[in-house]
Design a protein around this ligand. Structure first.
Ligand code: NAD
Length: 543
């Protein structure tokens, strides 16, 4: 690791590079004392002799926490406890369950500094990017707190026979949801995605990534304070390939966020048990800058799009497609903004970008950039690690001259690296944007909003932002968010984001006469009456 970071400081960049943000006075050790770790660790379902697993603070490389590791037997216990709690919870009226979400919303906003410290300590991201998680979770809590009743209430549907058949579509909770989440947005992807599951009447067994388990445990504590029965949300932690399959093995439905590779494995295990799964997976997202775009706005948007959470954001942009006529001018403005970004790891606002989370992320980022440069790509900004700031810092990096043979062209880097490509026509831009197997998020920049929406309609991604990077679509919480192609199955947010945690049940009540020969009609007469009836229904435009 030390070799890697030392070597990665390219000698051709002496002294120059992104400025350091002023550091905060508080240390990670002071913000996350052993007493807090012990309190939160008590929320892990792990019985027997404690087998501890250690995490490291990415900002400094120091030990952060020792947490009890769950075993597959603990996962079974977690499901038993959750299942018992779920029955009583599901019997409550939706509005009572929703009240817990609305109280959680208020508590989260009030106590946000506690969790901002934890998210920064566990991920190394800048405080502004940690705050995006608070924002997203509060929006989800408010939306589902207010709208759950409408999504879940019984809906009257047309019956088999008008007047005679009364049909209602009801929504029943799935039961216990197996919820597996990654490290990159530990607050949003643990509790944010669990909220609609809870309000729909389910319990949740959550396996957060061990690196960011404290954030999930903190969120659990807060949601319990807001009124969630404690056993309803079980947290198990441990090695992904061991504990993850154990969670899938017992779940009534699986909600997974992570890499496409793991997602395929989870999907196969869920399919073998005939339980449903939603899979929020990776991306290689493109931003299209049309010739008429406001270039300053697009350059500022590209900085947010590419470097939020140091690019460790599933919907972040790794490919910039820019109309040839404005590409040089755009690149100049974008590069100037990128070089000015202040890097830092203080537990305070002020840094524009923080650290990567781990040596693994640093290695992939370094490899993608170094291989591309070796094969002929040009570094326009960044292109090197910054061990002077912390063990996993890497500068926000812009590459030009990237060709399809380079890994950085089509593989997800999941780091602060973006490549710029030029195009001449909308057709070319659309084809290039759609050229990877992924289909998560994209962004289009133009002064002509109608044209922007027309281009958006041709992009094969689950979300498209016009004149914004990612926050417009992600923050539109009443609309679905998720991936096409290798980026996943199913959607979070909106109706789909909550209905996935329910089973549809149709309850149809028949009155006065059966749907069969009756009142003295023989089979043939019944068929004739029904045939006439169907023709009348069509003529009357009744279904
Ligand atoms: P990952 O797939 O390695 O791990 C995700 C989670 O799955 C972790 O909790 C891990 O412990 C667990 N896991 C590992 N092996 C498992 C197995 N065999 N069975 C079940 N669970 C297992 O992904 P990661 O590196 O932690 O996260 C980064 C990836 O997540 C990136 O590809 C990113 O694009 C993607 N992501 C997608 C979204 C989205 O909404 N589409 C959001 C965030 C991250």
């Amino acid at each position: 690791m030390s070799d890697l970071t030392a070597d990665a400081v390219a000698p051709e960049h002496p002294g120059a590079g992104n400025p350091a943000a002023p550091g905060g006075a508080r240390t990670v050790a002071a913000a996350v004392p052993p007493s807090l770790v012990a309190r939160l660790a008590a929320g892990v379902t792990a019985t027997g002799e404690p087998d501890l697993v250690e995490t490291v603070a990415p900002l400094t490389g120091e030990r952060l926490a020792s947490l009890p590791r769950s075993t597959p037997a603990d996962v079974e216990v977690a499901f038993q406890l959750a299942r018992r709690a779920q029955t009583a919870w599901a019997a409550l009226p939706v509005r009572r369950r929703a009240a817990a979400l609305l109280r959680f919303h208020d508590l989260l906003l009030k106590r946000q500094d506690e969790v901002l410290d934890l998210v920064q300590a566990e991920t190394g991201k800048a405080r502004l990017h940690a705050f995006e998680e608070v924002l997203a979770v509060a929006m989800a809590a408010r939306h589902y707190g207010r709208a759950a009743h409408g999504y879940l209430r019984d809906k009257r549907r047309g019956g088999a026979l008008p007047v005679l058949t009364h049909a209602v579509e009801a929504r029943r909770p799935k039961g216990v949801i197996g919820h597996i989440s990654p490290w990159n947005y530990p607050l949003e992807l643990s509790v944010g995605d669990a909220l609609p599951a809870f309000v729909a009447g389910n319990a949740v067994v959550n396996k957060p990534d061990t690196q960011t388990a404290l954030t999930a445990l903190w969120a659990r504590e807060l949601l319990v304070e807001a009124g969630l029965p404690a056993d309803l949300w079980q947290v198990v932690i441990g090695d992904g390939p061991v504990i993850g399959p154990a969670v899938v093995e017992h779940a009534d439905y699986v909600s997974f966020t992570g890499s496409t590779r793991t997602g395929r494995d989870v999907a196969q295990r869920a399919a073998a048990r005939l339980v449903g799964a939603s899979l929020e997976l990776g991306g290689k997202n493109a931003m299209v800058v049309l010739a008429d775009a406001d270039l300053d706005a697009a350059a500022a948007g590209a900085v947010r799009a590419c470097f939020s959470s140091a690019g460790q954001l599933c919907i972040s942009i790794e490919r910039l497609l820019v109309h040839r006529s404005v590409a040089d001018e755009f690149l100049e403005r974008f590069a100037a903004r990128t070089r000015a970004l202040r890097l830092g790891g203080g537990l305070a606002y002020g840094a524009d970008m923080g650290s990567l989370v781990s040596v693994r992320q640093l290695e992939t980022t370094t490899r993608h950039v170094d291989e591309a440069v070796k094969a002929g790509a040009t570094v326009v900004a960044g292109g090197r690690a910054r061990p002077d700031l912390g063990p996993f810092f890497y500068e926000p990096t812009i590459l030009d001259g990237v060709t399809p043979d380079m890994a950085v062209c089509a593989e997800e880097t999941f780091g602060p690296v973006v490549s710029l490509y030029r195009f001449d026509t909308d057709e070319e831009a659309v084809a290039a944007a759609n050229s990877t197997p992924y289909g998560l998020n994209s962004s289009v920049w133009t002064r002509d909003l109608r044209r922007g929406r027309a281009v958006a309609a041709r992009l094969r991604t689950g979300t498209v932002n016009v004149n914004e990077a990612y926050a417009a679509a992600y923050g539109s919480i009443g609309s679905p968010m998720g991936g096409m192609g290798d980026s996943g199955l199913g959607r979070r947010h909106g109706a789909e984001g909550i209905l996935r945690f329910t089973e549809a049940q149709t309850v149809a009540t028949q009155r006065l006469m059966p749907i069969a020969p009756s009142f003295g009609l023989d089979d043939k007469q019944f068929a004739a009456v029904m045939t006439g009836g169907l023709r009348v229904l069509k003529a009357l435009r009744l279904r």
